[in-house]
Ligand binder design. Structure first.
Ligand SMILES: [Zn+2]
Ligand SMILES: [Zn+2]
Length: 285
């Protein structure tokens, strides 16, 4: 039973915050090297976003409790950094756990097709048929509204090579929006699709892969068209949409802890509403 004094938990845990490829090592210990996986708790409802390498530790923690796992994954898309942890997600291997995985079609494939390729000889010794959990694969079309108990999840198609799904979780009068792997318009204008999805959110995590110099080719090749946003673009869209708290997410793999601190010092002075998200961080919506 809940009351106004004790609202139901709406809490995130970021098991992986890195983009593109895991980046472990001494220069990334503070922000973390695992790729994207987020645990989204809405009261008793347990949802998760993506199965990057952060899913290994997430699955180990779920398995350690000994309780049956009942969990729904929502896939943003099927690029390797968002599925790479699934072969090591322990609950898949154990009977008694129920997992549902929603994905849109990307290049005519769903998450089950990608898992079938990952879980196959000679790349991996365990096949899909050997997974013991009760796993169902479900299709969504961007634009769908999904309902899980008292949780409403709105979805939208965002700009990324091969397509990506942005999510807006609405629960107990609060809103969390997640926009991973999204590229802003290169001309500096606002992208109406993301603005509509994140409008007025209490909390929002947005792709912030590149610096402006990287994006524009001042340092290295131009990253225009590679499907990711700059920190400045994430801030610009978040501010325009009236987001209350912003988490910069999907860090470039070569970005060190010191680099991320320098970005905070350059862009976020006086911005208590913006945080560069770290692996292991728990955030209340
Ligand atoms: Zn990614
Ligand atoms: Zn991607």
């Amino acid at each position: 039973m809940t009351s106004a004094a004790h609202p139901p938990a709406f809490q995130l845990k970021f098991w992986g915050v890195r983009g593109s490829i895991p980046a472990p090592g001494p220069t990334t210990v503070r922000y973390g090297g695992n790729t994207t996986c987020i645990d989204v708790r809405c009261g008793d409802m347990r949802l998760a976003i993506d199965g990057g390498t952060g899913a290994r530790a997430f699955g180990d923690e779920l398995a350690r409790t000994g309780n049956p796992v009942d969990l729904t994954f929502l896939m943003t898309h099927l690029h390797l950094d968002h599925v790479q942890g699934f072969p090591f997600f322990a609950p898949f291997l154990m009977p008694g756990h129920r997992l549902r995985i929603y994905s849109a079609l990307h290049n005519h494939a769903g998450v089950e097709d990608v898992l079938r390729q990952l879980l196959a000889q000679p790349a991996f010794p365990i096949s899909m048929e050997e997974l013991r959990a009760d796993i169902s694969f479900l299709r969504l079309t961007p634009g769908d509204t999904l309902r899980f108990g008292d949780v409403t999840v709105k979805t939208a198609s965002l700009h990324h090579p091969g397509g990506v799904v942005g999510y807006r979780f609405e629960f107990d009068g609060r809103v969390y929006a997640h926009c991973s792997d999204w590229e802003h318009p290169a001309d500096g204008s606002l992208d109406p699709a993301i603005i509509e999805l994140i409008r007025g959110a209490d909390l929002c995590s947005i792709d912030s892969t590149y610096t402006e110099d990287e994006y524009n080719g001042v340092r290295g090749p131009s990253r225009r068209g590679w499907g990711h946003a700059t920190h400045e673009a994430a801030l610009r869209h978040s501010d325009a949409a009236g987001v209350k708290r912003l988490l910069l997410f999907h860090h470039e793999p070569a970005r060190t802890d010191d680099d991320l601190d320098a970005i905070a010092a350059r862009l976020l002075v006086g911005r208590d509403d913006v945080t560069i998200v770290r692996e292991g961080m728990q955030v209340d919506v």
